[in-house]
Design a protein around this ligand. Structure first.
Ligand SMILES: [Zn+2]
Length: 109
């Protein structure tokens, strides 16, 4: 499988990211998922001001849970519209994209 040979490069220093422990993924346009070394993400967050939420973090998992519950509540108490399911799907979808595009290519943890 060719996909196994995909090398993930840091969006900041353009060096290879070897370990999952040293990986921070973010949601960004136009490439959807950006990958950084932990250190490089810190540097970017410092200078950027537009601190992006890391996709592969406990915070993101919490966000998925909160978003799902909020959308379920919206569906039940506010309006029974399918739009809530699309909103609820945004966080898990970006989490999945992070895994599909970046994390699964890095085998070392
Ligand atoms: Zn880097």
């Amino acid at each position: 499988m060719a996909a196994k040979n995909t090398v993930i490069y840091c969006d900041r220093c353009v060096d290879e990211i070897i370990s999952r422990d040293d990986l921070v993924t973010t949601f960004q346009f136009p490439i959807l998922v950006g990958a950084y070394h932990t250190r490089c993400y810190g540097e970017e967050a410092k200078k950027g001001g537009t601190a992006r939420i890391p996709l592969n973090s406990p915070y993101m998992t919490g966000l998925i849970v909160v978003a799902s519950l909020s959308c379920l509540a919206g569906f039940v108490f506010y309006a029974p519209s399918p739009i809530w399911f699309f909103i609820a799907a945004i966080a898990p979808a970006s989490r999945f994209l992070s895994w599909w595009l970046v994390e699964r290519h890095i085998t070392q943890s």
